[in-house]
Design a protein around this ligand. Structure first.
Ligand code: NAP
Ligand code: SF4
Length: 692
């Protein structure tokens, strides 16, 4: 195969090359990895699920994998969670396979038994060892029940075949049931399923052998193998390779990579994890096998995928979230339009955070994800002249969707760059991915012929003279400046000033506010030099990862880089710090702030700032146990991260103007600063653009 267009940005030989599995051929090397999106649990959502997958197959992906389906009730991830165990369910799954096959795609059903990770009091496991991330202690399975569970896997595989799936993926990583069987940490059994590694491997190997026997040879069996457990008392590289070889012998066609148990102390998928951080371990396993091996985790752009495959670390790449962000990822990459890809920024805000809140997964940068049949960007019959004022995430989303639908759009921005708050986010070490969203929108502005007017503080008078039909105000937010004596002291700066002007701050800094931005600022202030996210080796050192998994579980002591300054983070509340940060990434931010020795002080009231520093009163305890302490933090700077206020003067002016001949709309932080959140901004702005 050769490069389709010869562009530097295109995927060249490796990724687009078909992969022959003997009985079937995959059209390229890209897998849409399994991800629970919340459409799997109820049969009445299967039409939507069919369209969700069909759109990704249409977008060129070679092989798709469904979210996890349990082979039986005991393996439920949630009460009444997705499972495939009855004949009547086949009919619903056929909707999905039919839709994908109609788009020339192939799809596997993922079989996932949650074991002790089941968020239900009925969960089961090899031994009665409670997981640290679920409140329910599992019931230990008897030997007979284990044999029966193997039968349930086989039944599930046969039903998947009947539903016309091209194969199944057996989930053997992330700390779910099979991983629990494999490791002494969770398998304390003394019968034929526990003790020696041979015994602990028996379960997955029996599952695979018996499934292969029942489904025949023309059915893809992929196994997601935990190559790096990242928890104590787990497998090492020799065991991983031994299992991989045995799985190959038992009839597996493809080995996929799994990294880290859900309870691991090391982040594995959040935005601050370096791209393709774990591809080397996949390479180590691949060397030992003759079947194709798949790399996964934090692969989000074509050049990364190409590197992995061209360098021989893997035969394929698996990406889950990047297909939520852009269903056309493969087609764009193949056609040399990688710069048009809406990149997954690893934020988890609309996907995994939703899953954990039992809400349908979507995507922060693509609110259509998971809502393909509802949020449709229908072309307009009559183009209107649309003005969008403010090129932050809301303005960009509104302008691009409106232009995509066929409107003629002018986008005004007072600054010399687009991106609004994303420009600040992208300066935080570990948040470099946010630049990709700005790049994506910049390219869309070009592709969609949006008239971008930078350095333009447009006035209501000018808008009225320009003959627009619709005017959308997305003028964003400004940092909140609290009312406090000395707030105008030279020590006091806003987070925006610090990041925009790359200000050099002193050796002692107080961060006022402990929301998302307060945490970001602490990470910014406690780090110096290039971001570790851009240097895999240093990142692994800091998080204590033995990437070659010689140490059991792939862990070693953390080597934490020293902070260049003393940082205090303050809040008025007495609740625990960072409790409102996002579910799946908040723990990483809390861990970093702790690792870097940031001193957190709650129950604070701010008295004043003067040459001495920040004067505070700290109140702790309640009623007669209450203590009040006065303290002076002798800091060089106080950084305000105390939330935001809307900037909506222009909207108020236009709203009150009876002489205007256009409709006025308000979106984003300019509308609700209190709930400023890019996910909400992009979603509401896209929905607004659909109504224009
Ligand atoms: P925020 O989450 O609302 O936090 C504002 C902080 O300022 C709070 O700690 C609050 O705590 C304090 N505060 C509020 N009013 C104050 C006042 N008058 N004087 C002193 N302190 C005051 O806002 P944010 O940190 O600016 O973040 C805005 C949004 O950006 C978030 O909602 C989030 O969606 C998004 N974001 C998220 C992340 C992330 O990690 N996912 C990162 C950055 C931004 P007290 O009232 O207790 O003092
Ligand atoms: Fe990626 Fe964030 Fe979208 Fe999830 S919500 S798919 S992490 S960009």
């Amino acid at each position: 195969a050769s490069c389709l267009v010869g562009s530097e940005m295109c995927i060249r030989d490796s990724v687009m090359e078909p992969l022959d599995l003997g009985f079937t051929t995959l059209k390229n090397r890209v897998i849409m990895g399994s991800m629970h999106v919340g459409l799997e649990d109820r049969p009445w959502h299967f039409d939507e699920m069919a369209e969700y997958f069909a759109e990704r197959a249409r977008g060129g992906c070679g092989l798709l994998v469904t979210g996890g389906f349990s082979p039986n009730r005991a393996g439920d991830l949630l009460p009444f969670g997705s499972k495939l165990m009855h004949n009547w369910q086949v009919h619903f799954h056929k909707k999905v396979t039919k839709a994908v096959h109609a788009e020339d795609g192939k799809i596997l059903l993922q079989v996932l038994h949650a074991g002790r990770y089941g968020y239900t009091p009925l969960n089961v496991a090899p031994s009665a060892v409670k997981s640290p991330i679920t409140p329910f202690k599992p019931k230990e399975l008897s030997s007979k029940q284990i044999t029966k569970t193997i039968g349930d896997y086989v039944r599930c595989a046969k039903l998947a075949k009947k539903a016309n799936y091209d194969g199944i993926e057996i989930m053997g990583s992330e700390g779910y049931f099979i991983t629990q069987m494999l490791n002494k940490r969770t398998n304390k059994r003394e019968d034929e399923w526990g003790g020696s590694y041979q015994n602990r491997m028996r379960f997955p190997l029996e599952v695979v052998r018996q499934i292969r026997q029942e489904v025949g040879t023309d059915f893809i069996l992929m196994f997601r193998l935990s190559m790096l457990d990242l928890v104590e008392d787990a497998s090492d590289i020799d065991e991983v390779i031994e299992l991989a070889k045995e799985l190959e012998k038992a009839g597996i066609n493809i080995i996929n990579t799994g990294i880290g148990w859900h309870e691991a102390r090391v982040p594995t998928i959040v935005t601050s994890v370096p791209r393709a951080a774990f591809a080397d371990i996949t390479g180590q396993v691949k060397k030992e096998l003759s079947i194709p091996v798949v790399a996964s985790n934090r692969i989000n752009m074509p050049d990364i995928a190409e590197d992995i495959i061209a360098s021989g670390k893997a035969d394929m790449v698996s990406m889950a979230r990047p297909f939520l962000a852009d269903s056309e990822w493969v087609n764009k990459a193949a056609e040399g339009r990688a710069d048009e890809i809406n990149t997954c920024i690893g934020c988890n805000q609309a996907c995994l955070d939703h899953t954990f809140q039992m809400k349908r997964a979507s995507c922060l940068v693509n609110p259509r994800a998971g809502h393909e049949t509802k949020l449709i960007y229908t072309p307009v019959t009559k183009a209107k002249k649309v003005a969008v004022v403010g090129a932050g995430p809301s303005g960009l989303a509104c302008a691009t969707v409106a232009a995509q639908r066929g409107h003629t759009v002018t986008l005004f921005e007072a600054r010399d760059v687009i991106g609004g708050q994303f420009n600040y986010a992208s300066k935080i070490p570990g948040k470099e991915e946010f630049r990709e969203t700005i790049r994506y929108f910049l390219k869309q502005i070009e592709v969609l012929n949006i008239d971008l007017k930078l350095n333009t503080q447009v006035t209501s008078k000018q808008l009225k003279e320009m003959g627009f039909d619709e005017v959308v105000i997305s003028s964003g937010v400004a940092p909140r400046v609290p009312n406090m004596p000395g707030v105008d002291h030279e020590k006091v700066v806003t987070y925006q000033q610090v990041l925009q002007d790359d200000m050099q701050l002193g050796k002692r800094v107080a961060v006022m506010g402990a929301g998302g931005i307060g945490y970001d600022m602490c990470e910014y202030l406690t780090h110096q030099g290039p971001s570790l996210t851009l240097n895999k080796e240093l990142w692994m050192k800091e998080w204590g990862v033995d990437g070659s998994n010689v140490n059991r579980g792939g862990l070693k002591p953390m080597e934490i880089e020293e902070s260049p300054r003393k940082v205090y983070m303050l809040q008025r509340k007495t609740t625990s710090f960072g409790k409102d940060l996002n579910k799946t990434s908040g723990w990483v931010h809390r861990a970093v702030v702790k690792m870097k020795g940031v001193e957190t002080i709650g129950g604070v009231s701010y008295d004043k700032v003067d040459d001495e520093g920040l004067h505070i009163t700290i109140t702790t305890g309640k009623d007669d146990k209450q203590t009040v302490e006065k303290r002076i933090l002798e800091v060089d700077h106080v950084v305000l991260c105390a939330g935001q206020v809307s900037v909506n003067k222009l909207h108020t002016e236009l709203d009150n103007d009876m002489g205007k001949k256009f409709n006025v709309h308000l979106v984003g932080g300019a509308e609700f600063a209190g709930e400023l959140d890019a996910k909400r901004c992009i979603k509401l702005a896209s929905e607004l653009a659909v109504t224009l």
